[in-house]
Design a protein around this ligand. Structure first.
Ligand SMILES: [Zn+2]
Length: 253
């Protein structure tokens, strides 16, 4: 199918050729999420956001891709002076192309991470914007439960949350809460094969590559997954929803 959406990509780590390949494979819209591994200072994140707003926006446009941005503090790069970033978040919402906050969430699940997540969710609730939430490779059920507990406590609307890297272990938790499952396709997580075998359970979800340099990744995982599902007889309306319409509705893009 044409016109797919990659709902979670770390565009600052994506080479120009990656964007070009995605465009050639039919990706038309990308949500670019923030991450600066090991960030120590608020300024590091401000520069990171600025790079996405300028260079990444321009590179996407040159490839005929519409880029939308989510800014925020990723738990793998929380500056020591992180409250300064939280204070600045509303100012980014005024900028063209910024649609919400992400990638935010818990990685180890410690008290500091919980506080950083809570404060960012408070801003998201106040401004009524969507968020893209990380889930880690370890202690997935406990950490997803903790994430949901924090979101509920600040009064975050579940329908404004994508809880990402969903798999069979947490998809029911996400659905029961009323959030949208983010479907990151990669070898060591949700594979196209697994998705096909449990498509009904994932049909409210949004496909993405979560492209970054943190682990092996494939910027073409969304179009490749669509092709795999099509070749294996998955219902076209479900493919269209997870590869395009669910994300377009969620983000209003
Ligand atoms: Zn990510």
């Amino acid at each position: 199918m044409e016109g797919t959406v990659d709902s979670h990509t770390h565009v600052s780590l994506l080479p120009f050729e990656g964007l070009e390949s995605m465009a050639l494979a039919g990706v038309r819209k990308i949500i670019g999420c923030s991450i600066f591994f090991g960030a120590k200072h608020a300024e590091t994140l401000f520069d990171h956001f600025q790079q996405m707003l300028t260079l990444s926006m321009s590179n996407a446009a040159k490839n005929g891709i519409k880029l939308f941005l989510a800014v925020g503090i990723h738990p793998m790069g929380t500056p020591e002076d992180w409250p300064r970033v939280v204070d600045a978040l509303p100012s980014y919402l005024k900028m063209s192309g910024v649609i919400g906050f992400g990638e935010i969430g818990l990685h180890e699940g410690n008290k500091r991470e919980q506080e950083v997540l809570r404060e960012q969710l408070k801003v998201a609730r106040e401004y009524g914007v969507p968020v893209i939430i990380h889930t880690p490779p370890q202690q997935r059920v406990e950490i997803t439960e903790k994430t949901i507990e924090i979101a509920a406590a600040v009064g975050m609307e579940p329908g404004k949350m994508i809880i990402d890297h969903a798999n069979l272990d947490i998809v029911d938790l996400i659905e029961d809460f009323g959030a949208i499952p983010g479907l990151t396709i990669r070898q060591e997580g949700l594979t196209p094969h697994l998705l096909l075998n449990h498509l009904e359970r994932f049909q409210r979800g949004v496909l993405n590559s979560d492209y970054s340099n943190l682990k092996p990744n494939d910027p073409l995982s969304v179009p490749k997954t669509v092709r795999y599902l099509e070749l294996n007889g998955a219902p076209p309306e479900i493919i269209a929803r997870i590869a395009r319409y669910n994300a377009e509705e969620f983000f209003g893009i």
